[in-house]
Design a protein around this ligand. Structure first.
Ligand code: 23J
Ligand code: MN
Length: 263
C-alpha cells in the first residue's frame, strides 16, 4: 500500500475513532511530583510555578495567559542525550537538534505492574524482557520500550509517588543489563511511569543511574512519569513523544500521545 493511502486511512481512522489517542502525560502543575536527589548532589529542580498574566481583567481585558517557572525535567518529560555526561558530545543530542523522525515510533509496553505492586524495588532483567518477547514478539530497532508499573496511580501524592524512606526512594526500574540489551537492538528510547527512567535505588547501583548513563551514551532518549499505559496494548500502538524545541535543552515536559487501534 502506498504511504499516501496509509496516511489517508489513518486520518479516517482517527476521525471515526477506530484509532484512539491515549494521553500518556500527567497534569503539570505545582502539585506534580518532582525528583529529590540524594543530599550529596547540590541542586534539585525547582518547584513548578504557574503565574497568571491576565484573565480577561485589567491586565488583559480580552485574553487569559500564564507564565511558567519550571525545570526541564518536570512531570511527564523527555530526557535528551545531552542530559547525561555520557551523551554530552552528540551535536544532535539537544532538544533543538535531535532528529524528530525518531520521536514517532511503535511502542512496546512491558506490563510488570503486578511485580511492581508486590515489590516497589522491582528491577527488570534481561530474562523478564526475553520472556515478554517470547509471548508478544521481538522488540525491534527504532521502537520505544516502556515499562508499565501503573505508578501513575500515585501521581497525585508526591510522597507515595517517590516512596522514599531513610534509605532513599523505592520505585521500580531497569537493570543496566536490560538497557544494554535494548540498546543492542537499536531502540529509540526507554520510558518509565516513575519520576525518572531509573529505579529509585539507582544512585547506589554498580553503574549508577544505568538507564541515564547507557541510554544517553548511545544517543537514545528517556521518558519519565508516563501515564495511562494500562490503556495500551503490549504491541500495536504508536507513541509520539516530543520535547519542546528549547535551545540547547536537555529535556522538556512532553504531551506524550499514543495511537491505539480500537476493536
Ligand atoms: C538528574 C540526576 C539524576 C536523575 C535525574 C536527573 C532524572 O531522573 C531526570 O529527570 O532525568 S535520576
Ligand atoms: Mn529527566
Amino acid at each position: 500500500m502506498k504511504s499516501s493511502e496509509i496516511l489517508q486511512n489513518l486520518g479516517a481512522m482517527l476521525l471515526s475513532g477506530k484509532v484512539d489517542v491515549v494521553d500518556c502525560s500527567g497534569v503539570l502543575g505545582p502539585e506534580t511530583p518532582l525528583l529529590k536527589l540524594p543530599p550529596d548532589f547540590a541542586k534539585d529542580t525547582p518547584a513548578i510555578e504557574i503565574h497568571r498574566i491576565s484573565e480577561y481583567d485589567s491586565n488583559g481585558p480580552f485574553w487569559a495567559w500564564n507564565w511558567l517557572k519550571l525545570g526541564e525535567h518536570s512531570g511527564t518529560h523527555f530526557d535528551a542525550p545531552h542530559h547525561w555526561i555520557t551523551g554530552k558530545d552528540y551535536a544532535d543530542g539537544y532538544t533543538d537538534t535531535l532528529p524528530v523522525q525518531r520521536l514517532i515510533a511503535p511502542v512496546n509496553v512491558l506490563d510488570f505492574s503486578a511485580e511492581c505492586a508486590a515489590d516497589p524495588d522491582f528491577l527488570l532483567t534481561i530474562d523478564h524482557v526475553k520472556a515478554w518477547e517470547a509471548r508478544h514478539g521481538a522488540i525491534n530497532a527504532g521502537e520505544w520500550v516502556v515499562m508499565r508499573s501503573d505508578w501513575d496511580q500515585y501521581a497525585d501524592d508526591e510522597a507515595k509517588f517517590l516512596n522514599a524512606d531513610e534509605t532513599g526512594p523505592h520505585t521500580p526500574g531497569p537493570t543496566a543489563e536490560v538497557i544494554e540489551y535494548l540498546i543492542g537492538k537499536g531502540i529509540v528510547g526507554w520510558g518509565s511511569q516513575c519520576i525518572g527512567t531509573d529505579a529509585g535505588q539507582a544512585a547506589g547501583m554498580p553503574l549508577p543511574f544505568p538507564a541515564h548513563n547507557l541510554l544517553h551514551k548511545a544517543n537514545c532518549y528517556g521518558l519519565a512519569s508516563l501515564a495511562n499505559l494500562s490503556q495500551l496494548p503490549a504491541k500495536g500502538a504508536i507513541l509520539i513523544a516530543a520535547p519542546l524545541k528549547i535551545k540547547r535543552g536537555t529535556g522538556s515536559p512532553t504531551r506524550a500521545l499514543a495511537l491505539v487501534p480500537k476493536g
